[in-house]
Ligand binder design. Structure first.
Ligand code: GLA
Length: 700
C-alpha cells in the first residue's frame, strides 16, 4: 500500500525506498512530519501539535505546513495568497476531508468562513520513488476570489545547514551550476520571461554534503513552461521551507463563482544515495509518465541539421548537396533549419509567414524531400510559430495579434514580436498553417524554436484588469497549440528549442520528444552544460551536435573529442559538410556507426557521473543497460608528468565479467575489479577522449 492513513490522522506516502508523512494537527492544520528513507510502520510516526502563544514565536510561523498561506502571523513566505471580495487576505482553514483512489490522495482544506477551498493532490509512484503534487483552488461561493500566489507545493525540510544546487546562465551559456549554502533568509530562483528561459531552472535540489553516490538529496522539478519561482527559506525554527510553482511576481488569477484553478505538477523525490539516484529515478519516471508515450521508448535518430552550414542561405540545390553528404555519413534525419519560408533572408523578416519561399524552392519542398527520402533519410524542418516579424504579411494583416501596450512603442527582441496566444484566432492560425505544412509535405520532425522573451504583458484581446493573467494564459495557448498539432500529426517528432536550452522543462516534456540543449556547441563548454543538464533532465532529451565550433582560433579541439562529447547525448551532426575533408567525413561516419551500436544504452541506460568537470580537468561518465556499459572519458588539460588517469566505474555487478577493448588490446575484467581497483587510462595531451564499450560476459 503506497498510501496509509492512521487513526490519529497521520498520512504516510511510501515509495520503494522513501517515505513522506504529514498529519492533521489539533488545530485542523495539515502539518509536515517526515521526508526521507522509508519507514514502514505508520504507528511509529508521532504527531505533535505545535502550541504556545502568538507573541514572540508565533505558532503559525513555527508550524511546518503542507500549505501555508499569507497572513495569520505567518512571516515566512507561504505558498498561497488569496484575496476575498471584502478585502480579507488570509486563508483560515480546517481539513475538510480526503479521498484515496489507488495511488492518488486528495485532501481538501476549507476556509472557516468563505466558500473557498484548496485541494492538495499527492500521486505516489512507488517504483520510481517519485511523488507528484499539484493543487486546485475552488471558489464555490458567489463572490469573486483573487489568487495572488498559488504555488504547486510546499516542502518543509527539517534541520539547518542545507545547500541548494541550481543553474545560472544566459543564451549559449546556460546550465552553469551554482551551489548555495542556505543560511538565514531566502534564496529564490525565478523566471519572468514567459518561458523558463536560460537563467535558473524550475526545480530544487537541496542536500547536505551529498555527492554522486552518497548523501541525502531532496529534489523536485516543476512541470511548467512559463514564469516560475522556487524559494528556499531557512526559518529560525529549524526547518527549511521550500516552495515551487508559478511565479507570483506579476500573477493574479480571478476565480469567479464556481471556478477552479489548477497548478502545474511538481515531480519530487528523496535520494539517500546522492545525486546519481536522483537523476536516474527522475529520468525513469519521465520516460514512464511524462514523455509522449508513443515515442518514449524509441531511440532518437541521428540527425543532420544544416543551420551552421548555411544559416539563412537556404536553397533547394544547396540543401540537396548537403543531404547527399549527410546520408553518406549514416545520418537518419535531414533537417532544414531557419530560412526556408516567407521573405526570410536574415532575422529581420518573414516570421509568421509559414509558406515555402518560391525563389528558394520553386517547386515547393517536394523535390528536396524526395531527394532526402531517396537517400534513405527522413525529413525535418524548423519553425518558430509563436513569433512574428514586423516585416511579414502576417503582421501587416494583423498588427493587433501581438502582446503590446497601446501607449508604448512595441519592444523587439531579435527583431521580432511575440504573438498573443491568449487569442484563439491566433492559435487557430498557427495550428492551421503548420497543419497544412505537415499535411502537404512528408515531414517527420519539427524543431520548434522560440527566440525572444515576453516583455510587455498587454493584449488587445484581454481586458486591462486581466493583464496579470496573460503570463499563464500564454502558456495555456502554447500547450493548446502543440497538443492540437500532435493530435493531428501523431507520427511527427517534435523538438523544443528556445535559443538553445531555454525550454528544457517538464511542462514541455509532455509535448516534445527532445530538447535542444544549447546553441553553444563548443565541446569544452558543452561538456559542462551537459553535466549540469543531466542532473534533472533525461539524457535522451539532450540533443548534442558535432559542429565546426571551436575548431578555429586559439582552441583546436580534435574531431574525436567533439564526437565523443555529442555521443554522450542524442547525437546530431551540424558541421558544414562542404568544408569537411575526406578524413573528417570518414571519422564522422565511423562515429555515427559506433553511436548507433550504443545509443540504446546512452539514451535509456543508468547514468553515472564518474568524474565531474566542475571539479577536475578529467571528466568521465558511464551508462549501463542490458549487459552493455558505455564509458566516456575526457581529459581537458594534461597535468604535468601525468599520463595515466585512474577511473573507477560504478553500478556494475561485482561478480560479472566485462569484455572490452582499450587502446587496441582486449580485456576481460570483473565488475569488482573495475569498480574497486579501476582502470588506468593512458591519456597524453590536451582535449583527449576515449569511448570504451563493455559487454557483459554471460556464463552458464
Ligand atoms: C536559434 C536556435 C538555433 C537556430 C536559430 C535559427 O538561435 O537556437 O538552433 O535554429 O535560432 O534562427
Amino acid at each position: 500500500m503506497s498510501i496509509t492513513i492512521s487513526k490519529n490522522k497521520v498520512y504516510l506516502l511510501n515509495t520503494a525506498h522513501t517515505s513522506y508523512a504529514f498529519f492533521e494537527d489539533e488545530d485542523g492544520i495539515l502539518a509536515h512530519l517526515y521526508w526521507g528513507k522509508r519507514i514502514d510502520d505508520i504507528e511509529e510516526l508521532e504527531p505533535v501539535t505545535v502550541t504556545g502563544e502568538q507573541g514572540y514565536h508565533p505558532v503559525t510561523d513555527r508550524k511546518q505546513e503542507e500549505c501555508s498561506s499569507y497572513g495569520m502571523m505567518r512571516y515566512k513566505e507561504g505558498s498561497l495568497k488569496v484575496a476575498f471580495s471584502d478585502g480579507v487576505r488570509d486563508f483560515r482553514y480546517r481539513v475538510a476531508g480526503h479521498s484515496v483512489e489507488e495511488n492518488h490522495l486528495k485532501i481538501t482544506l476549507e476556509d472557516v468562513h468563505y466558500k473557498f477551498r484548496v485541494h492538495l493532490h499527492y500521486i505516489v509512484y512507488e517504483e520510481e520513488d517519485i511523488i507528484e503534487r499539484y493543487r486546485e483552488a475552488e471558489n464555490f461561493g458567489e463572490d469573486e476570489v483573487i489568487l495572488e500566489r498559488f504555488h504547486s507545493a510546499e516542502y518543509p525540510i527539517y534541520g539547518t545547514g542545507y545547500s541548494s544546487l541550481n543553474c545560472n546562465g544566459t543564451w549559449a551559456d546556460e546550465f552553469k551550476p551554482y551551489s548555495d549554502t542556505l543560511n538565514a533568509g531566502k534564496k529564490a530562483y525565478e523566471s519572468l520571461r514567459g518561458s523558463v528561459a536560460h537563467v535558473g531552472s524550475p526545480y530544487f535540489i537541496i542536500h547536505k554534503d551529498a555527492d554522486e553516490t552518497s548523501g541525502d538529496v531532496y529534489f523536485g522539478a516543476l512541470s511548467y513552461s512559463g514564469n516560475f519561482k522556487v524559494v528556499a527559506e531557512q526559518t529560525p525554527y529549524q526547518f527549511l521551507n521550500v516552495l515551487i510553482g508559478i511565479s507570483d511576481t506579476d500573477f493574479e488569477w480571478k476565480l469567479k463563482a464556481g471556478e477552479c484553478f489548477r497548478t502545474p505538477s511538481v515531480y519530487a523525490g528523496f535520494s539517500g544515495e546522492g545525486f546519481g539516484a536522483m537523476s536516474n529515478n527522475l529520468s525513469l519516471f519521465a520516460r514512464r509518465h511524462v514523455m509522449p508515450q508513443d515515442k518514449a521508448e524509441k531511440p532518437l535518430r541521428v540527425l543532420y541539421n544544416s543551420w551552421e552550414a548555411t544559416t539563412f542561405d537556404v536553397t533547394c540545390e544547396k540543401q540537396m548537396e548537403l543531404a547527399k553528404k549527410a546520408a553518406a555519413l549514416g545520418t537518419e534525419l535531414f533537417v532544414v533549419d531557419d530560412g526556408w519560408f516567407g521573405e526570410r533572408n536574415d532575422d529581420h523578416a518573414g516570421l509568421g509567414d509559414w509558406y515555402v519561399n518560391p525563389k528558394k524552392f520553386p517547386q515547393g519542398l517536394k523535390p528536396l524531400i524526395d531527394c532526402v527520402k531517396s537517400l534513405g533519410m527522413d525529413f525535418g524542418i524548423w519553425i518558430e510559430p509563436e513569433m512574428v516579424n514586423e516585416d511579414s504579411d502576417l503582421y501587416r494583416a494583423h498588427p493587433d495579434w501581438i502582446y503590446r501596450y497601446e501607449t508604448r512603442p512595441v519592444l523587439e527582441g531579435r527583431y521580432q514580436y511575440m504573438l498573443d496566444l491568449t487569442n484563439p484566432a491566433v492559435t487557430d492560425y498557427i495550428i492551421e498553417r503548420i497543419d497544412e505544412l505537415l499535411s502537404e509535405n512528408d515531414i517527420s520532425y519539427i524543431k520548434w524554436d522560440m527566440n525572444r522573451a515576453l516583455g510587455e504583458c498587454g493584449s488587445s484581446f484581454q481586458k486591462p484588469e486581466e493583464f496579470k493573467s496573460i503570463w499563464v494564459k500564454h502558456v495555456e495557448g502554447f500547450y493548446h497549440t502543440i497538443r492540437e498539432l500532435r493530435r493531428r500529426h501523431p507520427d511527427v517528432e517534435f523538438e523544443a528549442c528556445a535559443s538553445g536550452g531555454g525550454r528544457a522543462d517538464y511542462g514541455c516534456m509532455h509535448y516534445f520528444d527532445e530538447f535542444w540543449t544549447s546553441d553553444n556547441t563548443d565541446p569544452l563548454v558543452r561538456l559542462s552544460i551537459q553535466e549540469t543538464y543531466s542532473y534533472l533532465y533525461p539524457v535522451k532529451y539532450m540533443r548534442a551536435w558535432v559542429t565546426d565550433a571551436a575548431s578555429a582560433g586559439a582552441r583546436v579541439i580534435p574531431l574525436e573529442f567533439k564526437l565523443h562529447c555529442a555521443m554522450c547525448g542524442a547525437l546530431g551532426i551540424g558541421m558544414n559538410l562542404n568544408k569537411a575533408t575526406e578524413e573528417q567525413l570518414a571519422e564522422v561516419k565511423e562515429g555515427v556507426a559506433l553511436y548507433k551500436s550504443i545509443r540504446n544504452t546512452v539514451q535509456f541506460g543508468t547514468l553515472h557521473r564518474l568524474k565531474s568537470l566542475h571539479r577536475d580537468d578529467f571528466h568521465a561518465l558511464s551508462y549501463d543497460r542490458d549487459g552493455q556499459v558505455v564509458v566516456f572519458a575526457f581529459l581537458i588539460r594534461q597535468a604535468r608528468g601525468q599520463e595515466e588517469y585512474l577511473l573507477k566505474l560504478q553500478g556494475l555487478k561485482k561478480d560479472t565479467k566485462y569484455r572490452f577493448t582499450l587502446d587496441g588490446k582486449e580485456y576481460t575484467k570483473s565488475g569488482a575489479y573495475l569498480m574497486n581497483h579501476g582502470l588506468f587510462l593512458k591519456m597524453r595531451g590536451d582535449y583527449r577522449s576515449k569511448c570504451i564499450v563493455m559487454e557483459e560476459v554471460f556464463t552458464k
